[in-house]
Structures are given as structure tokens and as C-alpha cells.
Design a protein around this ligand. Structure first.
Ligand code: ADP
Length: 471
């Protein structure tokens, strides 16, 4: 099969979150399983042409290759994409995001024709690419080149929907009739994600549990009804991680490499973090790490609510993240109140992320909701034990450790309140203090694998189903 991935984020070129990991890694796994893949993304300012051997093919498009022969196309538009941020700057979202991503969607389809790449499947990701299914269903339907193409639309995070005032509808270059209940209309505004869900051939999301949750009123972000109406076409496929990038034995970013057989190096990384963050060098205190976007989703309000209880415990806690100003302030305040125990690094810092995964004993991930989550899988890879709320992909990957039967791979709280969270942190600290139990748990953690190969096989089955099934 020939598949085009269209996404606003793809590693190693542009990333703000997990979607970039998915769109840079899944194509390579699919290629290894014999599929022909191309990737299309915007040509943002930060992308280094020299480093990646990117060459211009025309005024609107440049290209390079990754993997064995995955062709990557960059949609070029100096006014729209030559900016520092992907979606906004420190003043907030860019005011022309609708125009920017409308242009991207239209141009992505045009490029396919220009380079004569008649793909079977166009795989779209989140609201930024949500116009593509509608373009293929309506304005391009009569064009023989596009007629047979099927669309798969992956929702990485239902909370981000691409909502714009209805007065902007003409900019979408779609018939006004599509601004309706069964189309892009959403409480009298434009909702791009909704259109993506409605006009694609299949909808996927990134874990089975999240696929169920988004069809409920509680986590459906007001689109649960739309998703329920297409429930037979909504599928959850768990993300994987790249086990070569995230590899404690060969990781070039960390202070000392280690493995499950030779774990001493892990503690060199822990000491490095303790020194870097000016913590007392205590071996007996567990070090908790947090790596993530600083947003409501990631559960920082709960940490803040519980900060005095946490501050009284014998532990250390490092936050690495960037995001909403409100959360920058919140965690800075926590760190200044408990400076011997809590430290922050408010940056997007790849190297430090590797260090936090490698050097922490436990990984804090109390997300309110979590479509899949990669950080808990990465942590396990480094023998770092996740502490999570039972939701979405966290529920599908982490189960409570039971010291009696040795089952489980982390600490899970099931009620989203301060008491349950604090109890889980206490249980983790207690387990850490019992060296025998904790080392058993760490050894177990190393054994878990969430490989892209398994997920890629599920995507292939879905693409095939899509092509054999005209609906
Ligand atoms: P989300 O997609 O909701 O942001 P995920 O857990 O799926 O969350 O993926 C987050 C990815 O981004 C992980 O690879 C994580 O290591 C990385 N990441 C998040 N914040 C930072 C940061 N400040 N510095 C470096 N990497 C980060």
C-alpha cells in the first residue's frame, strides 16, 4: 500500500508533543513492514535544511528522505510558516492559524498530484489536517487522481479542536452548505476536528481506553455524540516508542549508560540530577521526575493541591516542561517553597528529558486525562517507575504493583482527588524504602515493551479494511 502521512508535527523536524513522535516513528515501522510511505508537513523556520539534506523542488515545496526511502515533503510558505512557534508565540495562538493550516491541507493534496504520488490512504492527524477528508469528499471528488483515496483520521488529543468564528468559513474553500450540524458547525462556530471525524473513512485514537472515554460525556469534549454516531468506525491503537532512541544502554544524552543487568549507571545519572538541581545528595530519598507540557491535562493542579503533604515526605521532585504561564508560575512557587526537595527546569530540553527519565527513581504522571502518553512507556524503558492516574493510555499500560505476587509495573490511583493521589505517592515512597521490593519492581519495569511494530500491524489491517470497504 501507498500511504501519505499529513501532520503538523513530525520528529526529527518539528515537535511540541507526542504526535510528533508518532508521525516520525510510525511511518518507519510501516516501511519496515513493506509499505510505501510519504510524509508531508509544513516547512517551519526551525527546520535545518543543511542538517537534513532538504532540497527545494519548487516554489511551494522542498523534500528529503528519512528511513530507507520515506520521502518527506515540506510545504513552503514564508509568511505562514517562517515563524518561531508552530501554533503561537508568547502572546498566544497565531491569529491566522485557520489560513495557515487550510493552506497546508490544500497544498498537501496538490503536492501528491505534482509529484505523481497516487496514494491509497491519506493518514491525517488532529485538527491541523482535518480539512483533508472534506477536500477529498467534496471539491476533489470529481478528479480521477484523488477519487480512490481513502482517509484515516487520528485524534491525538480531543481537547484541541481548531475552533474558529463562523465568519471565517469562506476561507476554508468549501461549500457553505458544509457549515451544518452534520458538518463543521459546532455551537455556531467552525470546528475543524469535528469535520475531520465526520468526513474521514476511519477515525482512530491512540489507546483503546481513550477510544471508549471520548465517546462519553465526561471526556468527550462535546464531541462524544459525533463520535458515538460513528462508533463502528472509531478504533483505538496504542502508540509505541522508539526503542533505539530511548535506550539506556546506548543513549548518548545521559551521563552514564546502564541496563537491567548493570544498573549502577542509573545512580550516576541520579547523582548528576541531584547536583544539577542543588539537592542534598541523598541516596535514601526517591527522586521523582516529571516531563511534559505544562497544561491542565497533565495534572499539575492536583500536585499543587497536595504540595504540603508531598513537601513533608522524604522525597525529591524535578519538573521539566514548558507550557501555559499559569503553570510556570505554579511550579516555580512550589519549588521556592520547598527548595531542598523540588526543582524546576522550564525549558524544552531534549537532553534534560533523557536525563530525567534515566536518573529518576519514579515518574510522576497524574494526568487528568491522557490519550496515550509516551512518558510512562519511556520511563519503564529506563527502569523508572511511573505513578499515574488510571485514565486513557495510562490505564492501558500501567497497572498497580503488588508486592505479594510481584505483578504490576507502577503506582496507580483510581480516584482523581488529593487523598488518593497522596496515598499513591506515600505507597511509592514506602516501596522505594524497601530495597528488595523496589529492585524487583525496577527489574520488572525493564521487561515491558510497547513496540511500534505491533501498532503498525494494526494500522495496516485498518488501512486494508478501509480500502476493501466502501462506505
Ligand atoms: P503529549 O503528546 O500530551 O504532550 P506524550 O506523553 O504523548 O504527551 O508525549 C510527550 C513527549 O514530549 C515525550 O516524548 C516527552 O519526553 C516530550 N517532552 C515533553 N515536554 C518536554 C520538554 N520540556 N523537554 C523535552 N521533551 C519534552
Amino acid at each position: 500500500m501507498k500511504i501519505a502521512f499529513c501532520s503538523s508535527e513530525v520528529i526529527p523536524f518539528a515537535k511540541t508533543g507526542g504526535m510528533a513522535d508518532v508521525c516520525g516513528t510510525l511511518p518507519l515501522a510501516l516501511e519496515q513492514l513493506g509499505q510505501q510511505i510519504i510524509i508531508i508537513l509544513p516547512f517551519y523556520r526551525g527546520i535545518d535544511s543543511k542538517k537534513y539534506g532538504i532540497k527545494k523542488i519548487n516554489e511551494h515545496c522542498s523534500t528529503t528522505k528519512i528511513g530507507k526511502s520515506v520521502q518527506v515533503y515540506f510545504i513552503d510558505h514564508p509568511v505562514y510558516f517562517e515563524r518561531d512557534g508552530l501554533y503561537g508565540d508568547n502572546k498566544g495562538d497565531f491569529s491566522d492559524n485557520l489560513e495557515r493550516f487550510q493552506y497546508f491541507c490544500w497544498q498537501a493534496l496538490k503536492i501528491l498530484k505534482q509529484v505523481d504520488s497516487k496514494v491509497d490512504i491519506v493518514h491525517c492527524h488532529d485538527w491541523q489536517t482535518a480539512l483533508i477528508p472534506a477536500y477529498l469528499t467534496f471539491p476533489l471528488k470529481g478528479d480521477g487522481f484523488y477519487q480512490e483515496m481513502k482517509t484515516v483520521f487520528t485524534v491525538h488529543n480531543l481537547a484541541y479542536q481548531g475552533i474558529f468564528p463562523k465568519t471565517e468559513f469562506p476561507k476554508l474553500k468549501l461549500d457553505r452548505k458544509l457549515f451544518e450540524r452534520e458538518g463543521f458547525e459546532f455551537y455556531d462556530q467552525i470546528n475543524l476536528l469535528k469535520g475531520g471525524i465526520i468526513y474521514s473513512d476511519r477515525v482512530t485514537t491512540v489507546s483503546k481506553q481513550y477510544a471508549r472515554e471520548i465517546q462519553t460525556q465526561k471526556l468527550g469534549c462535546s464531541l462524544d455524540g459525533v463520535l458515538r454516531s460513528r462508533k463502528d468506525l472509531v478504533v483505538g491503537i496504542l502508540n509505541g516508542i522508539d526503542y533505539e532512541v530511548w535506550d539506556p544502554q546506548n543513549d548518548p544524552w545521559i551521563e552514564k549508560n546502564f541496563s537491567w543487568e548493570d544498573i549502577e549507571g542509573k545512580y550516576t545519572n541520579k547523582n548528576y540530577l541531584q547536583e544539577y538541581f542543588k539537592f542534598p545528595n541523598q541516596k535514601e530519598a526517591p527522586l521523582f521526575g516529571f516531563v511534559g507540557r505544562l497544561s491542565y491535562q497533565k495534572g499539575l493542579d492536583l500536585v499543587c493541591e497536595a504540595i504540603d503533604e508531598i513537601g513533608r515526605m522524604d522525597l525529591q521532585l524535578v519538573f521539566l516542561g514548558v507550557g501555559e504561564k499559569k503553570y510556570h508560575k505554579l511550579i516555580k512557587d512550589m519549588a521556592s517553597r520547598y527548595s531542598q526537595k523540588i526543582a524546576v527546569h522550564l525549558k524544552y530540553d531534549e537532553r534534560m528529558a533523557h536525563m530525567v527519565y534515566a536518573g529518576s527513581d519514579l515518574f510522576l504522571m497524574p494526568s487528568v486525562y491522557e490519550p496515550c502518553g509516551l512518558s510512562q512507556m519511556i520511563s519503564l524503558r529506563y527502569g523508572t517507575i511511573p505513578l499515574v492516574f488510571k485514565t486513557g493510555g495510562l490505564a492501558d499500560t500501567i497497572t498497580s504493583f503488588d508486592s505479594a505476587d510481584g505483578q504490576g509495573n507502577g503506582f496507580v490511583f483510581t480516584k482523581y482527588d488529593k487523598e488518593s493521589f497522596v496515598d499513591a505517592v506515600k505507597a511509592a515512597v514506602k516501596a522505594y524504602k524497601d530495597k528488595k521490593i523496589f529492585s524487583k519492581l525496577v527489574q520488572r519495569a525493564f521487561q515491558f515493551r510497547f513496540s511500534w511494530k505491533d501498532s503498525a500491524k494494526q494500522y495496516i489491517a485498518l488501512y486494508e479494511q478501509c480500502l476493501s470497504n466502501h462506505n
